[in-house]
Ligand binder design. Structure first.
Ligand code: NAD
Length: 255
């Protein structure tokens, strides 16, 4: 169910982490709303599968194997959008990783990798995408409920997502006059391969984990499509006066 139709007709979008979970659902929704989509993911085969799904449904998409921590890869993803589809209007910086450790367990190298994939990536993608957004644009960055409050056993992740939320505000201020809006979407627990892997690592039964009452007033986790709908709103002209915002989509978890 979607309340918008043709919300992205004529637009070109990049979705990082587009091979799985929230990114995949958003890439499919963007395409269904008329966008041409660059599916960028370190999992090149997975990205190609999602681009294939879009094309099979009559949409336009191209896959690019991209490590968002690497500047050359970010630059190539932007060039692919411009060369394949003639421009760039929407950037969804969504690729991310989590390490379920405290400060005592995580190595300095692992810390750096989480920061590179979750934080430096947003800076690098924006650095190359913003000059390509000649007619203005919308950037949505995936933060997390754990970027707005603390969480246990995820120190690097919590630090990285708080950085994403505040970098979003800084980007919004710097590029507002150029007609570029920048917002974060902050999901609560969402049923994706990432969350299922977390439950496995914590040796928790999925059904019990997904229904944990403390973080989930609604008694369930979210679906990737429920996050994608919020991203679509922020990406579209329906959000024309929304910039620098941190939109929480978590079934009341933060409340
Ligand atoms: P997911 O693991 O299903 O998907 C993440 C995708 O990112 C994968 O396709 C993966 O290959 C890709 N990726 C990982 N490292 C990459 C890199 N270096 N370069 C390019 N792509 C890379 O996870 P998801 O749950 O859909 O997560 C998407 C985003 O949502 C992440 O930023 C995550 O932190 C955030 N988030 C998820 C939840 C949740 O409960 N699932 C909650 C809050 C925030």
């Amino acid at each position: 169910m979607t309340i918008m139709t043709n919300a992205l007709t004529g637009k070109v979008a990049i979705v990082t982490g587009g091979a799985s979970g929230i990114g995949r659902a958003t890439a499919l929704l963007f395409a269904a709303q008329g966008a041409a989509v660059v599916v960028a993911d370190i999992d090149g085969q997975g990205a190609a599968r999602v681009a294939g799904e879009i094309e099979a449904g009559g949409g336009r998409a191209v896959a690019v194997a991209t490590d968002v921590a690497a500047e050359a890869d970010c630059e190539r993803a932007v060039l692919t959008a411009v060369e394949t589809f003639g421009g760039l209007h929407v950037l969804f910086n969504n690729a991310g990783i989590i390490r379920r450790t405290t400060a005592l367990e995580i190595s300095a190298d692992e810390w750096d990798r989480v920061m590179a994939v979750n934080v430096r990536s947003v800076f690098l993608m924006c650095k190359h995408a913003i000059p390509a957004m000649k007619d203005g644009g919308s950037i949505v960055n995936t933060g997390s409920g754990w970027g707005l409050k603390g969480g246990g056993n995820a120190i690097s992740y919590c630090a990285s997502k708080a950085a994403v939320v505040n970098m979003t505000r800084a980007l919004a201020i710097d590029h507002a006059k150029a007609g570029i809006r920048v917002n974060s979407v902050n999901p609560g627990d969402t049923d994706t391969p990432m969350l299922r892997e977390e439950a496995r690592q914590l040796s928790e039964d999925w059904a019990a984990f997904a229904a944990d009452a403390a973080d989930r007033p609604m008694g369930r986790s979210g679906t990737p499509d429920e996050i994608a709908q919020a991203v679509l709103f922020l990406a579209s002209d329906a959000a024309s006066y929304v910039t620098g915002a941190a939109l929480v989509v978590d079934g009341g978890g933060l409340a």
